[in-house]
Ligand binder design. Sequence first.
Ligand SMILES: NC(=O)c1ccc[n+]([C@@H]2O[C@H](COP(=O)([O-])OP(=O)(O)OC[C@H]3O[C@@H](n4cnc5c(N)ncnc54)[C@H](O)[C@@H]3O)[C@@H](O)[C@H]2O)c1
Length: 356
Amino acid sequence: MQKIDLNNKTILVTGAAGFIGSNLVKRLFKDAAGSTIVGIDNMNAYYDVSLKEYRLKDLSNISKQSANNQYNFVRGDIADKKLIDNLFDKYHFDIVVNLAAQAGVRYSIENPDAYIQSNIIGFYNILEACRHNPVEHLVYASSSSVYGGNRKVPFSTYDKVDNPVSLYAATKKSNELFAHCYSKLYNIPTTGLRFFTVYGPAGRPDMAYFSFTNKLIKGETIQIFNYGNCRRDFTYVDDIVEGVVRVMCGAPDRRNGDDGLPIPPYAVYNIGGGQPENLLDFVRTLQEELVRANVLPPDYDFEAHKELVPMSPGDVPTTYADTKDLERDFGFTPQITLREGLRKFADWYKDFYRIN
Ligand SMILES: NC(=O)c1ccc[n+]([C@@H]2O[C@H](COP(=O)([O-])OP(=O)(O)OC[C@H]3O[C@@H](n4cnc5c(N)ncnc54)[C@H](O)[C@@H]3O)[C@@H](O)[C@H]2O)c1
């Protein structure tokens, strides 16, 4: 593995106003001394844009207080080839972390175009730009959804993932294939990270922990899919960021094979909590933490606001990460329990929405 020092580098983070991207940039302010960090995001309205603006404001405030790095934010679309090419020509990035994507499984059923634009064309533009402006390492977000309805658990990166059950999953699997091809043809070190259900403060309102909270507070009913017979491997955002930062510092080696051509400097890892939770247990923990944080009153009638419903199209019954490779190569496995993580989310939610 090629070790990379994050200090004094020029780093691009796409999706910088997003949940994971903003947390990563914040972390880089501390870990990448003397570096120039460029964030790009198109600020689309897939979910409440004020949350993206809140994250950006936070980043701008922190960056102003620290003389440690240079930080520039570009409002733009990775599907805009000219913009991306100009950005790479201007900065000659050393490290690129591609987190910009149209996320969400259910939304991909009604809005397939957004997935092709951001996840396919956008990622292709990033790869082409890395081809013409060589980088030390391209790290990109894949997803646990590539495992589709895999029955073998835990999910290993050695499992066959040729049966996606949503367009979102198909675009993420395509990203891995594209990356492999560019690693092989142009010797670009790439690492794909299959994230498993990431949650935390200022997270994504389309995800269950956040949307359930929004609904419960309005007195609406939450729908629990597959009658609660689902298991999800939840990963707290700080654990994801720790994993991303460690992976950024270790690029797959560039080596030639017997034929004199590059062996693709290509890797894929899972980053997941490694402890799948039953959906009903997850909802119970969320309820307890919402009450503890005074987001909901102690006498809230949860049973009256729960509905068990069938599986929804594109969903999978289980996600469960095998993280042995991440531990072997980067000495890291996620640490934060679901209860600790939901507690931080509930406390943040109370402050952010000024609940008395
Ligand atoms: N959160 C999870 O549980 C999870 C799980 C698996 C994979 N992922 C992947 O991790 C990455 C980050 O996810 P997140 O949860 O932070 O999502 P997010 O939606 O909060 O962040 C993505 C950001 O990318 C931006 N974006 C989307 N399309 C863009 C485009 N064409 N050009 C520029 N910006 C664009 C969005 O405005 C958003 O701010 C995504 O690639 C997602 O698919 C997330």
